[in-house]
Design a protein around this ligand. Structure first.
Ligand code: BG6
Length: 502
């Protein structure tokens, strides 16, 4: 996404946000729309209809949204005049999501706006509601005739998309009953991150790396998404989900796809999505008997993080003192195709880890013949490439160099590309990019039904085995540590390490 030029001018658009009084709207959606409007990247004619069950005046709604924009927008400076102009595009409609008349009312409001603007408008129905509503809203939109325009009506779904393969299939079927796949935008906000999109640019816009991006040169790959944060106020949701559902099924699987996919032939949404889904289909199915060996789960106990004492997961709000939910998950997967046969992919994610870091490490093989004398390579470390997604945004290449002096001594060194040094423009937040793409009707960064289901399919044996054999050793890592020891052992038995940058 970039600031729009005149030719990119978007067509008139109405956003209809279900669950508009909720956290997502306040924290992410409206701040992102504000940033877009500040960058002149909104259509000249746009309106946002915020729908929720609670009674709220337009004024009260705008007050709350203003607060969210001040706290969470990228361009936090909000001039009164700017806010007044922006807020003028918002209106509130109280309505029950399970009553057809709510939807009829919305249809009338859209028609009124179109009349005012003297033109047809895109209608984007955004479900920013609890997941229980995902199965209801599309049905009513269908019944009210609001889904039938294949070009101008779109629906946006947030994760979690299903709780397992079965529920994901059933949700996809409900969506498909009213909308065509091309109208459905399933959000994984990781895909909106600049550095995640840059994986494609790095791999396929530079001929240098592609020839070595395979089993011949790559020893193994690690994907880490570590968080310092705990579960905040989301205990109710998180305790039902756990790390595998909350992070691995979506964000980590997306990263895996981007790292492992074949080059795309064009930049068409379905071409890229096909290539990604091919990766998921090639992931070697995990045998139930092997779950113990290739998957690790953990839950944090009390500990110290950034010099602060932290509660254990079981002491968090809304969490049972006996909870068995995992807050850490690690997996060893294989992608069975010509490119990757035999190369281990290790994925890990966890809450209350020592620092926030999302990184992909491509660990290259050692040189085939070691001609240097043993004393020259005490510090030897085979070359590696780190795709750093956050918080440092960039790419680091680690390789060997001669240490200065009369002797031939080798030391690992690094070459770094940092976004902030190379580009003087600020990166948009993920939601800005995603909302802009939805308005443009570009589905490249969104998940297709088959991709969601393929990701669930990979994880089902682990979810099943974990559900059946409850962990007896939770909590098994202290807040502020890198997770359970078993996650290190998962790699160590092959002589591998996670290799994130220290
Ligand atoms: C969300 C998860 O999808 O991603 C959260 O539900 C997690 O549990 C968050 O904290 C992480 O996103 P980011 O952008 O901060 O890495």
């Amino acid at each position: 996404m970039k600031t729009m030029k005149k030719k990119d001018q978007l067509e008139p658009t109405v956003f209809i946000i279900f669950g508009g009084a909720g956290d997502l709207t306040w924290r992410k959606l409206v701040p992102a729309l504000f940033d877009l409007s500040k960058d002149r990247s909104m259509p000249a004619d746009f309106a946002v209809i915020v729908v929720d069950r609670v009674m709220l005046s337009d004024e009260k709604l705008r007050g709350r949204l203003h607060d969210g924009v001040k706290k969470f927008s990228r361009q936090r400076k909000v001039k009164t005049s700017q806010w007044a102009e922006f807020a003028g595009h918002f209106r509130y409609q109280q309505g029950d999501f399970k009553k057809l008349e709510t939807y009829k009312g919305l249809g009338e409001q859209c028609a009124k706006l179109e009349k005012e603007w003297g033109t047809k408008a895109h209608r984007i129905f955004y479900m920013a509601t609890p997941p229980s509503m995902f199965a209801e809203i599309p049905k009513y939109l269908g019944q009210a005739g609001l889904a039938s325009d294949r070009e101008w009506a779109r629906i946006v779904v947030e994760k979690p998309i299903g709780y397992d393969l079965k529920s994901a299939r059933s949700l996809n079927a409900i969506l498909a009953a009213s909308f065509q796949e091309s109208q459905i935008f399933r959000i994984d906000h990781y895909l909106g991150k600049e550095t995640v999109q840059n994986i494609l640019a790095f791999r396929f816009a530079n001929p240098l790396f592609e020839p070595i991006w395979n089993r011949r040169y790559v020893d193994y790959v690690t994907i880490t998404v570590a968080e310092e944060v705990g579960i905040g106020h989301r205990g109710g949701y998180y305790d039902q989900a756990g790390a595998l559902r909350d992070m691995v099924q979506n964000h980590l699987m997306q990263l895996l796809c981007l790292v492992a996919m074949e080059p795309m032939v064009s930049f068409k949404a379905d071409e890229i999505r096909n290539k990604k889904v091919d990766v998921l289909h090639a992931v070697r199915p995990i045998r139930r008997e092997a779950v113990q060996k290739c998957a690790v789960r953990g839950q944090y106990g009390r500990g110290t993080l950034l010099d602060k004492k932290m509660r254990g997961y079981r002491q968090e709000d809304d969490i049972s003192p006996h909870s068995k939910t995992e807050t850490f998950a690690a997996l060893n997967l294989f992608v069975d195709n010509w490119r990757w046969e035999g190369v281990p992919f290790y994925l890990r994610t966890g809450k209350r880890l020592p620092r926030r870091v999302s990184e992909v490490v491509i660990q290259f093989r050692a040189v085939p013949h070691e001609s240097f004398p043993p004393e020259s390579k005490q510090d030897w470390h085979p070359a590696r490439l780190v795709l750093s997604i956050q918080p440092e945004e960039g790419i680091v290449m680690g390789f060997q160099a001669k240490y200065p002096g009369p002797k031939m001594l080798l030391r690992p060194v690094e070459m770094r590309f940092a976004y902030q040094d190379s580009f003087s423009v600020p990166s948009p937040y993920a939601y800005e990019t995603l909302l802009w793409d939805i308005m443009k009707n570009d589905a490249t960064l969104f998940m297709r039904a088959d991709q969601i289901e393929a990701a669930w399919q990979i994880l089902m044996p682990v979810l099943d085995v974990w559900a059946k054999s409850k962990p007896r050793n939770f909590p098994n890592y202290t807040a502020g540590s890198w997770g359970p020891l078993a996650a290190e052992e998962l790699l160590a038995r092959e002589g591998h390490t996670w290799g994130t940058i220290e």
